[in-house]
Design a protein around this ligand. Structure first.
Ligand code: GAL
Length: 955
C-alpha cells in the first residue's frame, strides 16, 4: 500500500519541461498585430504546499475577494509574502532529484481581463506569452487547463484563441517555488519565486509571422552584407536604406556598414507576411573561429566584459526597461564591451539594447546544477538521459528566442553543471541549429563540445601559460582561443590585480579577454540594514554577503572597482615622454578608428592645472600608434611638481555618452616633487609636572603621547598595522592558498600592544621608544617616534624595525590618530576615489577635495575602504599634513575596530572623533574572495621602514 498517491501536482516533480506550450520561436518586441499586456496587479494567494488548495480558483466566477494583490512582473517574496533565500551553490532542500520538499510555497495568481475593441476572435489566433516564471507554473484560461512549464528565465507561449471571450476572461496561474526544474537552476543568487517577467496576450492574425531567422553576414574582404530571412510564414523582407526587397528565404548581397560592438550599425527593415508586419533591426556581422581565434568580420576581438545577473534592489529580477538601459549605459561609459548573461538568458529587451548600443554578448542558458558537486556530481541531471529533453528544451528556448540579435556572438550551455551527455546533446543541437555562432561552456575543460577554451578565476601565471600555449590539454583545446568567463571577483573592496590581467591579455593573441564577476551587488533594500544579504531573512542555509560582489552597488552607483576597470580597459593608451615633449597614442579598439574622440592636454603645477588645450591626434586605425608633439610646457610658476595629463574625450554626443565624456587618459611627470624644507630649531621644553612642549605641540610627559598641535587636539596617535579585513583579505573558505585575513587575526595584528620603553626629550628632538607586538607571540615591531620642530611646524619621523620571525605580511603600516571636529578634506595626490596598491590604475594625481563622509565607500558589508594613494599633503580638521614620502590617506568617523565589527552599514555610527590613518604601506587587495590572492609585488612585508610627516596648524 502506498501512502502517497498520484496527485494533481505530479508535474512539479516531473523532469520533463512541461506540456501544452507552443514550440519556441523568435522574440520580437512589437509588430502591427495587437497585443495586450497583462502586467499589473494580480490577485494572489500563498499556500505552504503544492497541493494545499484545489484548482477551483481557476474557475470563472471564483470569488478571490479575500485574496492579497501582487504586482506582476514581481516576486511574491519581495512583496511581503514569505522571504527570499540566498545560497551560492547549496540546494536549500534535500538533494533527491527530481523530488522536492513537501513545504513548497505555491502562489496562486489570478488576472481578470477584457479584450480590447477589435480583437478578432473569429478568424485569428491568440498566443499567451510568459517571459519568465520561477520555477514552475500551471496555467488555466477561463477554467481550462492549458498546460504547465518549467525553465524560469525562458519564454513559454500557449495558443489560447479558442478559449478567449471578449470580456470577463480569467487567467489563473499556479506558481510553485520548487520543482524538478529547481535542480537545473542552482545559480549563485537569491531564490525568488514568482511571475517576474511580462505576461502578454498576442493577437495572431491569419497569416501572421510564426518563427523567423535573420541571417545577416558580413564579408570583410568585399564589404558586402548578405541578408536572408528564413521564415515559417512566407512573406517579404524590405530594408529601404539598402534597397532590399526580397522574398523570405531569398538572399540579397549589398554593400553595407558592418555591425560591431564598437560601431553598432543597425538597419531598419520589415518582415511582412500576409497578416503581420514585424520590424527588424538588422546588424551585419560574421562570427567565426579562424586561426585559433574568435573573429568578427575578419578580426579578433578582445572581450572587456562583465558578468551580468539581472538585479534591482527592490524588484529582484523583475527589471523594467529603464533599469536595463541604465546597465547598458553604465557599461558603455565604463569602456565595457561585452556581457555574459550569467547565468540565464536575460529579459529579451536587454538584448535589443545590446544590439542598439553595442555590446558583445555571450548568451547563457538557464542551467546550473552546482549543488551536485557536494556528492561528487553523482546523479547530476546533465548526465542522466531522463533530463536531456529538459536540457534540449532550455537550449532551444534560448536559441530560438534570441537568434536574431547581432550582439549575441556566443551561446553558452550554462554554468557549473559538471559534465555529461545532456550538455553534449545541447551543444550538438545548437551547433546544428545555428552555424553562425560559437558555443561556450566553462565546465568542458577538454573543449569536447565547445569552440572556446574558457575558465574562471585562473591566476595571472596560469593565464600567461595559456597565452603562451604551455598549458597542455587535449589536442582540440590547444587549437582554441581562451577567455576567462569569470575573473576579478568584485566582492567588497577590489578586485585587485586587474591591470596585471589586462597586460597579459594584451600580450598574447590566444587570450581574448575576460568577464569580471560580476556587475551588481544583489543587496535587497531593507529597513533594518539598508541593504540585506544572505542570512538576513533567517535562512537555514545561506552564504552571507557572497551575493554582494558587483562592480556597482545595488542602487547602481559605480564602486571603485568599476572606475578601476574602466581605466584598465580603456580603448586608447597614452604614454608620455616628458623629455621629448611627446605622447604616444595607441588605438586599442578592435574596429573603430579614433575619429570619434577629441584629445586634450593639460599641464599641472603642484596638482593644479595651469594651462590646457586641444591636441591634434590622427584618426588612428585599430592597433595603430602615433607619436604626437605636446606644446611647449607653460613656464612653471614656483618650484612645484609638474606633470602632463592627456585625455581622450567623446568629440560629440553619442547614444551612450555626452560630448566631453572622458574615455581614456594618461599622466606623466615632468619635474618631481620638492619637499618644503624643514630645519629643526627649538628642542623640547620639559616643565615640572606639566606637558613637554615642542614648538607648536604639547606631549604628555609620562607617555610621550601627542596632545595638541597648536589649537588642534590630537588623540591616540600611534603605529597602526590593522585594517578591517576585506572580503578579499578573508578569502573564500575553499581557497587552498593562505588566507591572510584569518592568519592576521590568529597572529593578533588586530590587538597589538604598545609597550612604552622610553620618553627622551633630548637635543632638538623628543624621542619615544616603543615595541608594538601582539599578546602570545614573540614577534613585534620596534617603533621609534622622533619629534622635531622648526618653530612653527612639527615633524614626526617613525622608524620601524621588525623583531622576531614575521611570517605574514602586514595589512597596513602607518600611524593613526583621532581629531575632534573634522569634515572637509583637501589633498594633493591620487584621487578622486579610493585606491590600494593593486587597484590604483584609476587614481589620478591632482588636487582633490571631499568630506569625511564622502570619502567612505559604502561596501554592503563594512570593511577597509576609502584610502587615497600617493598623497603629498592633506588638510583635515585644522591640520596640514605633508608626507615624506607620499602616503596613503584615510579618514573615517569610526575606528577600524568598529568598522571591523560591523555587519551592515547601519552598524556604523559616527562618533565625535574622526580617525585618520596615514600609511606608509598598504597590503594589496587581490581577489581571493573567489580568485587568486595578492600578487607578490603588492604584498606588504614587514621590513625596516622609516617615514615622516610634517604637521602644521592651519586652523
Ligand atoms: C563562480 C560562479 C558564479 C559565482 C561566482 C562567485 O564559480 O560561476 O555564479 O558563484 O563563482 O561569486
Amino acid at each position: 500500500m502506498s501512502f502517497r498517491s498520484a496527485t494533481a501536482v505530479d508535474y512539479v516533480e516531473d523532469v520533463s519541461p512541461g506540456s501544452g506550450a507552443l514550440p519556441p520561436r523568435a522574440w520580437y518586441p512589437a509588430s502591427d498585430a495587437t497585443s495586450l499586456s497583462l502586467n499589473g496587479g494580480w490577485r494572489f494567494r500563498l499556500s505552504p504546499t503544492a497541493d494545499a488548495e484545489d484548482d477551483s480558483f481557476a474557475e470563472p466566477g471564483y470569488d478571490a475577494g479575500g485574496w492579497a494583490e501582487v504586482s506582476v512582473p514581481g516576486h511574491w517574496v519581495l512583496q511581503g509574502h514569505g522571504a527570499p533565500i540566498y545560497t551560492n551553490h547549496l540546494y536549500p532542500f534535500p538533494v533527491d532529484p527530481p523530488r522536492v520538499p513537501t513545504e513548497n510555497p505555491t502562489g496562486d495568481h489570478l488576472r481578470f481581463f477584457d479584450l480590447p475593441e477589435g480583437w478578432d476572435l473569429a478568424d485569428a489566433g491568440t498566443v499567451l506569452r510568459f517571459d519568465g516564471v520561477e520555477s514552475c507554473a500551471r496555467v488555466w484560461l477561463n477554467g481550462t487547463d492549458i498546460g504547465e512549464f518549467k525553465g524560469s528565465r525562458l519564454p513559454h507561449e500557449f495558443a489560447v484563441g479558442h478559449l478567449l471571450r471578449p470580456a470577463g476572461n480569467v487567467l489563473a496561474v499556479r506558481v510553485h517555488q520548487w520543482s524538478a526544474g529547481s535542480y537545473l537552476e542552482d545559480q549563485d543568487q537569491w531564490w525568488l519565486p514568482g511571475i517576474f517577467r511580462d505576461v502578454t496576450l498576442l493577437h495572431r492574425p491569419a497569416g501572421s509571422v510564426l518563427d523567423f531567422f535573420v541571417h545577416a553576414s558580413y564579408d570583410h574582404v568585399t564589404g558586402a552584407g548578405t541578408l536572408r530571412v528564413d521564415s515559417d510564414a512566407d512573406g517579404r523582407v524590405t530594408v529601404p536604406e539598402l534597397g532590399i526587397d526580397i522574398a523570405t528565404g531569398e538572399p540579397a548581397t549589398v554593400p553595407v556598414e558592418a555591425w560591431t560592438a564598437e560601431t553598432p550599425r543597425l538597419y531598419d527593415g520589415v518582415l511582412a507576411t500576409e497578416g503581420e508586419r514585424v520590424p527588424l533591426r538588422i546588424g551585419f556581422r560574421t562570427v567565426e573561429l579562424a586561426e585559433g581565434l574568435i573573429k568578427v568580420n575578419g578580426r579578433p576581438v578582445l572581450f572587456k566584459g562583465v558578468n551580468r545577473h539581472e538585479w534591482h534592489p527592490e524588484r529582484g529580477r523583475a527589471l523594467d526597461l529603464e533599469t536595463m538601459r541604465a546597465d547598458v549605459l553604465l557599461m558603455k561609459r565604463h569602456n565595457i564591451n561585452a556581457v555574459r548573461t550569467s547565468h540565464y538568458p536575460p529579459h529579451p529587451a536587454f538584448l535589443d539594447l545590446c544590439d542598439e548600443y553595442g555590446l558583445w554578448v555571450i548568451d547563457e542558458c538557464d542551467l546550473e546544477t552546482h549543488g551536485f558537486t557536494e556528492q561528487a556530481w553523482r546523479d547530476n541531471p546533465v548526465d542522466d538521459d531522463h533530463w536531456t529533453p529538459a536540457l534540449l528544451d532550455r537550449a532551444a528556448r534560448m536559441v530560438e528566442r534570441d537568434k536574431n540579435h547581432p550582439s549575441v556572438v556566443i551561446w553558452s550551455l550554462g554554468n557549473e553543471a559538471g559534465t555529461g551527455r545532456g550538455l553534449t546533446a545541447m551543444a550538438e543541437w545548437i551547433h546544428g541549429r545555428d552555424t553562425s555562432r560559437l558555443v561556450h561552456y566553462e565546465g568542458d575543460i577538454d573543449c569536447r563540445d565547445t569552440d572556446v577554451y574558457s575558465r574562471m578565476y585562473a591566476d595571472h601565471a596560469e593565464v600567461e601559460r595559456i597565452g603562451r600555449g604551455l598549458d597542455g590539454g587535449t589536442h582540440k583545446r590547444r587549437q582554441l582561443p581562451f577567455i576567462l568567463c569569470e575573473y576579478g571577483h568584485a566582492m567588497g573592496n577590489g578586485p585587485g590585480g586587474l591591470a596585471d590581467y589586462q597586460r597579459i591579455f594584451e600580450s598574447y593573441d590566444r587570450l581574448q579577454g575576460g568577464f569580471i564577476w560580476e556587475w551588481i551587488d544583489h543587496g535587497i533594500k531593507d529597513d533594518r540594514y539598508g541593504y540585506a544579504y544572505g542570512g538576513d531573512f533567517g535562512e537555514e542555509l545561506h552564504d552571507g554577503n557572497f551575493v554582494c560582489d558587483g562592480l556597482v552597488f545595488p542602487d547602481r552607483r559605480p564602486s571603485p572597482g568599476l572606475v578601476e576597470y574602466k581605466k584598465v580597459i580603456e580603448p586608447v593608451r597614452v604614454d608620455g615622454d616628458a623629455a621629448a615633449g611627446t605622447v604616444r597614442v595607441t588605438n586599442r579598439y578592435d574596429f573603430a578608428d579614433l575619429s570619434a574622440l577629441d584629445f586634450e592636454w593639460s599641464y599641472q603645477v603642484g596638482g593644479e592645472t595651469v594651462e590646457s588645450g586641444s591636441l591634434a591626434v590622427p584618426a588612428l586605425a585599430p592597433g595603430e600608434s602615433a607619436e604626437v608633439k605636446l606644446p611647449e610646457p607653460p613656464v612653471a610658476t614656483g618650484s612645484g611638481e609638474t606633470q602632463w595629463t592627456v585625455r581622450a574625450l567623446l568629440a560629440a554626443d553619442t547614444a551612450w555618452g555626452p560630448r566631453g565624456h572622458v574615455v581614456a587618459w594618461g599622466q606623466f611627470p615632468v619635474s618631481g616633487r620638492q619637499l618644503t624644507s624643514f630645519a629643526a630649531s627649538a628642542g623640547p621644553v620639559v616643565s615640572d609636572g606639566g606637558p613637554i612642549t615642542l614648538g607648536p605641540a604639547a606631549f604628555d610627559a609620562r607617555s610621550g603621547a601627542l596632545k595638541t598641535i597648536g589649537s588642534v587636539a590630537v588623540t591616540g596617535l600611534r603605529l597602526d598595522v590593522w585594517r578591517a579585513t576585506t572580503d578579499n583579505d578573508d578569502g573564500a573558505a575553499w581557497q587552498s592558498d593562505i588566507r591572510y585575513g584569518a592568519l592576521w587575526r590568529k597572529f593578533g595584528l588586530h590587538r597589538m600592544r604598545h609597550r612604552l620603553d622610553a620618553v627622551e626629550p633630548a637635543g632638538d628632538a623628543l624621542t619615544v621608544r616603543t615595541r608594538v607586538a601582539p599578546a602570545a607571540w614573540e614577534f613585534g615591531l620596534v617603533t621609534v617616534y622622533r619629534w622635531t620642530t622648526d618653530g612653527s611646524r612639527l615633524r614626526l619621523t617613525v622608524s620601524v624595525t621588525p623583531d622576531g620571525d614575521w611570517t605574514v605580511p602586514l595589512p597596513r603600516l602607518g600611524i593613526r590618530f583621532g581629531l575632534s571636529a573634522a569634515d572637509r578634506v583637501r589633498w594633493f595626490g591620487g584621487g578622486p576615489g579610493e585606491a590600494y596598491p593593486d587597484t590604483k590604475a584609476a587614481s589620478a594625481v591632482g588636487r582633490w577635495q571631499s568630506t569625511v563622509d564622502d570619502m567612505q565607500t559604502p561596501y554592503l558589508r563594512p570593511q577597509e575602504n576609502g584610502a587615497r594613494a600617493d598623497v603629498r599633503w592633506a588638510e583635515i580638521g585644522g591640520l596640514r599634513i605633508e608626507g615624506d614620502p607620499e602616503f596613503w590617506f584615510t579618514a573615517r568617523r569610526w575606528t577600524t575596530e568598529q568598522l571591523d565589527a560591523a555587519a551592515h552599514r547601519t552598524d556604523l555610527v559616527a562618533g565625535d572623533t574622526v580617525w585618520v590613518n596615514l600609511d606608509h604601506g598598504q597590503h594589496g587587495i587581490g581577489s581571493q574572495s573567489c580568485g587568486p590572492g595578492v600578487l607578490p609585488q603588492y604584498q606588504l612585508h614587514a621590513g625596516p621602514a622609516e617615514f615622516s610627516f610634517v604637521f602644521a596648524d592651519i586652523g
